[in-house]
Ligand binder design. Structure first.
Ligand SMILES: [Zn+2]
Length: 322
């Protein structure tokens, strides 16, 4: 009897935390279809493909696929632009490329340090992986924290993911690969190093995290003044088609202006709030213009904008007062 009671207690103790856990997807082998990102390539210029992610925040429901990646089939091999948030994404991206072309993968380019730009790199362990020295240093510094965060947010989609960093410095300039002329330009503001990859023939530009298209920008490494200057620079380049890493692809140059309007609003709202001595919880309740409330991740990302950036505005007010 006593033994039975003990067994019941153990069962109850084991079952309790399981019952409290959110419902998890079944193991990959038993339910492979569930772990299918259903990636599709869309040709936006000759040989230039985009793979679109959800205009949303990281979640179990979207497998953390919130990034627009791409690849360029040059005639002499394939250049991959960003590899997605998980090992699984990288593998499915590479399989999609293999279904699209027989050409080998030549290299991978990771445009900034954020995890969804390079956590698929494990699928490309056999090819050179490029990022700027500043980005590589940032990944080295923050990579472990990114891993913890995405395991928490993406659950079983992250299985087997272990960060594989770029192994080669990306150098701004022009590359001639096959029949394509590809230009790398380094700007900053969204992060300390934001690489832009331009396919010169088609005018398609992968603009990374500098442009958020109808999506609230992420700001953990942001500096608004250089970011706004970079948007001005981008707007002056002769480009035909923008591929922002987040949000709606194909919104065109309006997306540059939308990002600029949001960052301007953030800057003015935070400066005004700090001047009035508002606290962070009051800033969280500031009314957001209707246009931005309709954008992807509006429920969650503004909260992080406040946490990331508002303390700097408070600090600036304190400095002036001293
Ligand atoms: Zn980013």
């Amino acid at each position: 009897m006593r033994r039975l009671a003990l067994a019941t207690l153990i069962v109850a103790l084991v079952a309790l935390p399981i019952a409290l856990l959110p419902v998890r997807a079944a193991p990959a082998a038993a339910d492979a279809a569930h772990f299918d990102y259903r990636l599709a390539a869309r040709e936006v210029g000759p040989g230039v493909y985009v793979i679109e992610g959800a205009n949303a925040d990281f979640s179990l429901a979207n497998g953390c696929n919130i990034i627009n990646t791409g690849f360029i089939v040059t005639g002499a091999g394939v250049i991959v632009v960003n590899t997605g948030p998980t090992k699984l994404y990288g593998e499915q991206q590479r399989a999609l490329i293999a279904r699209t072309t027989d050409e080998p993968i030549l290299r991978v380019v990771n445009l900034d340090l954020h995890p969804d730009y390079f956590f698929g790199n494990q699928a490309y362990a056999d090819v050179p992986r490029l990022a700027t020295p500043t980005t590589r240093a940032g990944m080295q510094r923050d990579g472990a924290a990114y891993e913890d965060n995405l395991y928490r947010l993406c659950g079983d989609w992250m299985r087997g993911t272990a960060r594989l960093l770029p192994d080669t410095d990306a150098v701004p300039g022009v590359l001639h690969v096959g029949s394509h002329t590809i230009e790398l330009r380094e700007l900053r503001g969204h992060t300390p190093s934001d690489l832009v990859l331009i396919d010169r023939g088609s005018g398609v530009a992968f603009v990374g995290g500098l442009v958020f298209s109808r999506r609230i920008p992420t700001t953990p490494n942001a500096e608004l003044a250089p970011w706004l200057a970079s948007l001005q620079t981008l707007a002056g380049w002769k480009l035909r088609y923008l591929v922002p890493s987040h949000g709606d692809v194909g919104a065109g140059f309006a997306a540059i202006d939308g990002t600029r309007r949001y960052l301007d609003w953030l800057d003015r709202a935070f400066a005004g709030a700090a001047a009035q001595g508002l606290e962070m919880n009051e800033v969280l309740r500031l009314p957001m213009p209707a246009e931005f409330r309709r954008w992807g991740a509006a429920d969650t990302e503004y909260i992080r904008n406040v946490a990331d950036l508002y303390p700097r505005y408070e600090e600036a007010v304190l400095q002036r007062a001293r």
